[in-house]
Structure formats: structure tokens, C-alpha cells
Design a protein around this ligand. Structure first.
Ligand code: NZQ
Ligand code: ZN
Length: 384
């Protein structure tokens, strides 16, 4: 096991009716920027719960943060917040609203070109306090310090992270899952599943507890995935999905072990190029990345195949079966597993990915640095 430090200051408030605890967590004297997305919170009653809980607070609203939050939209919120001297941000939404709000938190006090926060050339020195009400279990952003921001004019989708981006608190009421469309439920199950795989399908590192925790999240998702997609109003299933998604990316399972993240980095390019949903990109890229890097990941794939999918046989066989089972699971969740099932205009994609990786100096991604721009290009070609 590698050395590690564990720091996660997020106060998680989980359960039915817990949105009513907002006033216990935001100082009444705060000037709050309430951020949200395209309006789902208004039709499913979450907005009403939030505003009722915060009656008497000084609140300015910023709605319209889109899926794959856009830099240009967020910069309007930065301006609004600076003009109004906002000192607290409350994000009510899914990964996009929360990620967008993490960016706001550090961009509002930032002096300099705000895009440089995403390109990684600057030190982030402060952040405005952020609280969240999660409405979509998927990304884990509610309990981590990362965010992903897009800028369509540049065809860019960039991750960044800072300790200042940890929410002060996140409220997770699984009742919110009931109003999610099937597409977002699918995305949620697959995103959480692949988050675990990114931190688990690497190489053995003598970290049995981390492995067992990762496997337990994977197994739980295979047990509940289809049912929660069918009936998101089942509170118990919704609770399990929500807790799995948070546990998949709150930093715990990555401690002391290597991580890959290649599927995500290539997947982000498919979102930039074609607007494909984040979870859907992972269902396409993940299995092909495992095939491409089979020799290097074989041991962990075999462990995954035995423990999660209960396959039997020698390491090679079980590892191959594990990849097949993963792809089958994604299909059962309603995902497409090829780019050509979504668009016909994909010939240029491998070269774009190659060029973008080179341009960003992403020359050796993955747990062993084996994902070169050329390998990333070949993985995209395998995904046609
Ligand atoms: O915009 P509104 O109207 O709210 O509708 C949203 C949106 O259209 C809707 N929705 C959310 N909660 C709902 C609901 N509809 C009905 N009922 C509810 N309770 O769902 C749609 C998608 O929302 P979005 O926030 O985009 O989805 P998700 O949570 O999957 O977030 C995806 C974003 O997170 C990033 C992705 O790259 C993508 O930009 N990620 C962030 C990570 C992180 N910060 O740690 C890690 C992930 O790997 C991921 O990259
Ligand atoms: Zn993800």
C-alpha cells in the first residue's frame, strides 16, 4: 500500500426531508447566490423546499447552468456575484450545477484570467463557501474537490481541483431521485460504476481493504442498477444508488492505490466533440480501454471477474470475461457501447483526441503511464 493523506471536510447530510436543515448550515447573515440548472428543480418541488427552508435569507438566483457547464455561462454568474458581493453559494442540482458552482467559488475572488483556473497554470488561493443540495446521484462531486468545466468555443472540457472546492456541506435526500428521467439514471449508475473501476482496475497494490470496498460498491450497483432505473421512486433503491455514487468518488477508495482515469479523459473528448452524455462516453470507452491495456491490467481484471462477476477459470479467461460482463452490464443499463450507434460523423475523432492530448502534454496517462496520445487514438478507433 502506498503512503497517503486523507482529508475530506464535507459535512454530508443524508436522508428524507433533510433539505429543511439548510438554515442550520448557512449563516443567516450570508448573501447567498442560489445556483441551479435548466429548471428541473422548479417542476419537481426541490426549489420550493429550498426557498421555504431559506425564507428570510438574502438570496440572489442564477439559473440556467447547462449540462457540461459552460465557461461563458459561468462567467455571467461570476459578474453577478461580484456586483452583489456574494459570500455564500448554494448549488442545487446535479454534477453540472455543482461543478459550475465550484468554479464560481474560486473564480469570483480570483484575480487574473479565470480560464487559467482550468488550464492549470495558476495557484488557487481562496474560495467562497459552497453548500450543495444534490439532485442527481452520479458524479460524486458533492463530496470531492474536483470539477469539470467546458468551453465550447475551444472544444474543451477540462477538469480542475482545489481544496477550496470541497463543499462545506452537501444535502443528499434520495427522494429527489424519483423525478429523474431514465437517461439520467442510466448515466448515474454507469458513472458511479466507472469511477470505481478507474480506481480499481489498475494493478495489485497489496491494499485488500481498498479492493474490498471498491468491489462492494460495484456489486451493490450491479444488484440495484436495473431496479432503480425501472423504479426510481423506490426510496430504498434510490438511497443505495445515492450512497454508492458518493462513496465511489469521495476520495476514500483511491487512498494508497494507483488510479487510471484514462476512460474519463478520453470520454471527456467525446462529450466535447459530439455532446455525448458523460456516463454514456464511459460506457463506450471503458471496455475498449481494458482490451487495449489488457496485459497491464490483467491481474486486477481477473480479480474483478472472480469477485464481482463470479467467473471461474485461469486469469486470462476470467479477465476477458470480466470485460465482456462489464459491457453487457452497460447494455443492460440501457447504454450504447459504440460511437457509431450515436453519430455517423466520427472519422476525425481519433486524430482530434491525439492532437488534444499532445497539445496538453498528456503524454503518459493511466496508472503506469501507458496511455500515450497514440494509444488514446487507438482506443477511440476501437470504439467506432
Ligand atoms: O438542468 P436541470 O433542469 O436541473 O436538469 C438536469 C440536466 O438536464 C437533470 N436533472 C438533475 N437532477 C434532476 C434532473 N431532472 C429531474 N429530476 C432531478 N432530480 O439531469 C440533467 C443532467 O444533469 P447533470 O448535472 O449534467 O448530470 P450529472 O450529475 O451526470 O453531471 C455531469 C457532469 O459532471 C461532470 C461531467 O463531466 C459532467 O460535466 N463530472 C464531474 C465529476 C466531479 N466533479 O467529480 C466527476 C465525473 O466523472 C464527471 O466528469
Ligand atoms: Zn465520471
Amino acid at each position: 500500500m502506498d503512503n497517503f493523506e486523507l482529508y475530506n471536510p464535507v459535512k454530508l447530510i443524508f436522508g428524507k426531508g433533510e433539505i429543511s436543515k439548510l438554515p442550520d448550515n448557512i449563516d443567516k447573515k450570508s448573501k447567498v447566490l442560489l445556483t441551479y440548472g435548466g429548471g428541473s428543480i422548479k417542476s419537481n418541488g426541490i426549489y420550493k423546499q429550498v426557498t421555504t427552508a431559506l425564507e428570510g435569507y438574502n438570496i440572489i438566483e442564477f439559473g440556467g447552468i447547462e449540462p457540461n457547464p459552460q465557461f461563458s455561462t459561468l462567467m455571467k454568474a461570476v459578474e453577478l456575484a461580484r456586483d452583489n458581493k456574494i459570500d455564500y453559494i448554494l448549488a442545487v442540482g446535479g454534477g453540472s450545477v455543482i461543478d459550475g458552482s465550484k468554479f464560481l467559488s474560486v473564480a469570483i475572488p480570483f484575480k487574473g484570467d479565470e480560464w487559467s483556473i482550468l488550464t492549470g497554470n495558476v495557484k488557487i488561493e481562496s474560495g467562497i463557501s459552497l453548500g450543495t443540495v444534490l439532485t442527481l446521484p452520479a458524479t460524486g462531486t458533492e463530496m470531492n474537490s474536483g470539477a469539470v468545466i467546458s468551453r465550447k468555443e475551444l472544444n474543451e472540457k477540462r477538469p480542475f481541483g482545489s481544496p477550496f472546492c470541497y463543499p462545506k456541506f452537501s444535502i443528499l435526500d434520495p427522494s429527489v431521485v424519483a423525478s429523474l428521467p431514465e437517461r439520467q439514471l442510466r448515466n448515474g449508475v454507469v458513472d458511479a460504476f466507472v469511477h470505481v473501476l478507474e480506481q480499481y482496475v489498475t494493478y495489485p497494490n497489496k491494499a485488500p481493504l481498498q479492493d474490498r470496498i471498491a468491489e462492494s460498491i460495484l456489486i451493490t450497483l450491479t444488484e440495484i442498477g436495473a431496479d432503480v432505473i425501472k423504479d426510481p421512486s423506490d426510496y430504498d433503491l434510490a438511497s443505495s444508488l445515492m450512497w454508492c455514487a458518493t462513496m465511489a468518488l469521495n476520495g476514500l477508495i483511491s487512498k494508497g492505490v494507483p488510479s487510471d482515469w484514462g476512460t474519463h479523459m478520453i470520454g471527456h473528448e467525446l462529450t466535447s466533440l459530439f455532446g455525448i452524455d458523460h456516463g454514456q462516453t464511459l460506457a463506450i470507452i471503458g471496455p475498449n480501454l481494458y482490451l487495449k491495456l489488457f496485459d497491464s491490467k490483467k491481474e486486477k481484471l481477473a480479480q474483478y471477474g472472480r469477485r464481482v462477476w463470479k467467473h471461474k477459470g485461469d486469469n486470462d479467461e476470467v479477465a476477458k470475461e470480466a470485460i465482456k460482463s462489464t459491457q453487457k452490464f452497460f447494455k443492460e443499463m440501457g447504454m450504447k457501447t459504440k460511437i457509431s450507434e450515436i453519430t455517423t460523423d466520427f472519422d476525425h475523432a481519433p486524430q482530434v483526441v491525439f492532437d488534444k492530448f499532445k497539445e496538453r502534454n498528456w503524454l503518459k496517462l493511466g496508472e503506469k503511464g501507458l496511455i500515450t496520445p497514440q494509444i488514446a487514438k487507438e482506443i477511440v478507433e476501437m470504439s467506432f
